[in-house]
Write a protein that binds this ligand. Structure first.
Ligand code: GLU
Length: 318
């Protein structure tokens, strides 16, 4: 049994979005987040990020919890459901709105697409917001009164970059592109705001997640600063990709944990595969999560994405 130090200042988290089932890629990032914290005796939190309105699937939270338990990952606190904390996000949003750091915006996605022209380029959410509603309204109420439309809140970007140090990747330029949404027009918080409010409230000291979220990090750092909160350390790890080199998704076939479990694959085989793919063990062999704790080091992880073959748990390919 590994030692758990209840006075350890290290706190990590597993933060699944219940928008679908956990696949090998999600599982690998969760395993690494857990190993990084548990190998140093830290505390782990489970948070269910269920604020994505229509994309949240009933029952996916419980399925994710069962998958994590099946893999042998555990936590000291949670699950905390973001859907129970909506007033807390609204209070943070209002603080930013009142201080003028965020502004009301009535643009629909389509408005942004048609207003954004080539010079602004694009970011991970699509075209860069061209600033249409900046300075137009005092707050969301006024925007609604004047236009008859629901308003989102956007955080005002006043700099090009916010460089940061990633514990795995090293220095990152932290490119910021466009005022970004912190409260959506449906009055649900955007991921960027909720994740910052919660990581700070829960005392998270290390955020380890897939490197698809690197572009979100400078935005989140701005929110920490604007809300007077201290940020965690960020660790972005490579993703698993399909044979076409693209991030693991449905088109690559069923790579869900539930699928392999139904097919009789044991959690130790999955963990052995994930650990081997991440460079933690040299030869692929069945292991438990606890087996991997001893000697775990972030800087020894493989830096390249791992390609998941067509039948990772089928008979060995000739
Ligand atoms: N809930 C997010 C996801 O599943 C993770 C957010 C994060 O780790 O910051 O993609």
């Amino acid at each position: 049994m590994f030692s758990r130090d209840s006075t350890s200042p290290l706190v990590g988290r597993l933060a699944p979005s219940p928008t679908g089932v956990l696949h090998l890629g999600n599982a690998r990032s969760f395993l690494l987040a857990w190993l990084s914290i548990r190998s140093r005796g830290g505390r782990m939190i489970l948070r269910i990020e269920d604020i994505d309105g229509p994309r949240t699937k009933p029952g996916a939270d419980q399925a994710a919890i069962e998958d994590l338990e099946w893999l042998g990952l555990d936590w000291d606190e949670g699950p905390l459901y973001q859907s129970t904390r909506l007033e807390i996000y609204e209070a943070a949003a209002r603080e930013l709105e009142e201080s003028g750091l965020a502004f009301a915006c009535v643009c629909s996605r389509k408005d942004v697409e048609s207003a954004a022209t080539a010079p602004q380029g694009s970011n991970q959410d699509g075209p860069v917001y061209p600033g249409t509603c900046r300075g137009l309204f005092r707050d969301r109420e006024e925007a609604r009164r004047i236009t008859g439309r629901e308003a989102a809140l956007r955080f005002r970007i006043t700099r090009e970059t916010l460089p940061f140090h990633d514990l795995f990747r090293g220095p990152e330029p932290g490119r910021l592109a466009g005022d970004f949404v912190i409260m959506k027009r449906d009055r649900l918080p955007a991921y960027q705001l909720a994740v910052v409010v919660d990581d700070a409230a829960q005392g998270v000291t290390e955020v380890l997640r897939g490197d698809d979220l690197v572009p979100s990090t400078p935005r989140q750092l701005l929110l920490y600063e604007a809300l007077g909160l201290s940020p965690p350390q960020f660790v972005h790890v490579p993703l698993m990709v399909g044979t076409d080199g693209r991030r693991l998704a449905k088109r690559h076939g069923d790579t869900s944990l539930a699928h392999f479990r139904r097919a009789g694959v044991k959690p130790e085989e999955i963990l052995g595969y994930l650990a081997h793919s991440a460079g933690i063990i040299v030869e692929r062999a069945p292991v438990t999560a606890e087996d991997l704790l001893d000697g775990f080091r972030l800087d020894a992880l493989r830096a390249e994405p791992w390609t998941v073959g067509n039948d990772p748990f089928g008979p060995p390919q000739p």
